[in-house]
Design a binder for this molecule. Sequence first.
Ligand SMILES: *Cc1c(COP(=O)(O)O)cnc(C)c1O
Length: 409
Amino acid sequence: MKPDTALIHHNYQAPGDFVSPQIAVHKASSVFFTDVKAMRERNWLDKTGYTYGLHGTPTTFTLEERLCQLEGAKHCVLLPSGLAALAQVNLALLKCGDEILIPDNAYGPLKALAEVELAQWGISHQYYDPMDPQNLAETIGPQTRLVWLEAPGSVTLEFPDLPALLAVCRDKQVISALDNTWGAGVAFQPFDFLPSSSGSGGVDVSVHALTKYPSGGGDVLMGSITTCDDAIAKRLKLSHMRLGFGVGANDAELVLRSLPSIRMRYLAQDESCRRVAKWCLQQAAFAQVLHPAVTHSPGHVHWRDLCAAGELANTDVHSGGAAASLLSLRFDPTISDAQVDRFCNALQLFKLGFSWAGPISLVVPYDLSKMRQHAPTELMQGGFVRLAIGLESSDDLIEDLAQALATIG
Ligand SMILES: *Cc1c(COP(=O)(O)O)cnc(C)c1O
């Protein structure tokens, strides 16, 4: 054997019994088969073997199984972003002529996907009022095949009566798909939250932007789709394969690295966010503090029933249960849009940037008038910002908010 060849087909094999806290970063396009029979009999639909890098490696299989553990699911596929995971659910489960329903306060890019690509492919959509299960029941039509759910809404954080919305989907026999990024498998279990009297269980499909808590670092983009339904899982997996989606091994490793601390980070950021919310409730500049654990925030009781069952609220910011570290603020209408911009620009620790659940706190101003069809008029009065609380000390974050408010006072 020539040296060049020997360098590639080297006969040293490292011992296979290396055991350490984290799974190795397995990288592959080609995966070798032992013989032609094994190649011909390849099966990539379950995790009994390996066929091609795109269809799974020990690293991605491990991540999928751990995400199933987190969300209480049976099957999982990984996508290159949370948005790609939302898209893939639509691509796998819908065809021309079908209709989907989307909550009016849904993650904006899902609405954009429905309004442009899905519409071009003959898949129509309607928006429903997530705070009114009756409105959902009335909006479901003969062509409705999929209902999107989100708890709470992405920017305005109203918490819907998720069991009631799901009961409508089941009654009308329409597939339910939840964007579970906020709950993250920590605040509630997406496949097991219904009261046992209704037959127990949960949504048909859960989508999770792993970019948020599972990564936790603000440095990875990834998404997952999980389900307990074997037939839906097969449709998702076949479509995922035909569309050629996959994720990079290094990114999968980063998420695996962060997953063990997800609950601790979620709860720590939750506590810090509620401290900030409590302070904001005392500021005259804010007409409304939106956070599901805040007593007067829209849908607070639904959050309490789902995420803090049996625990009674006895403070402005209920201290039980779990909630993600997002907080939205509606400014008093006497404060101009230019002042709200000045407030955002004056913040030092809070950075202007999208996403959330990383170590650094973020702020985004929103123009709700461009985003909503079904919204209380009150919500539209006054400037609106969303804060994402990171891992800094809440004392410092409150001080930062106070100095920024002072600049517009
Ligand atoms: C961030 C986010 C997504 C999309 O995740 P990306 O990985 O950024 O594409 C989807 N849904 C919700 C609710 C999100 O917050």
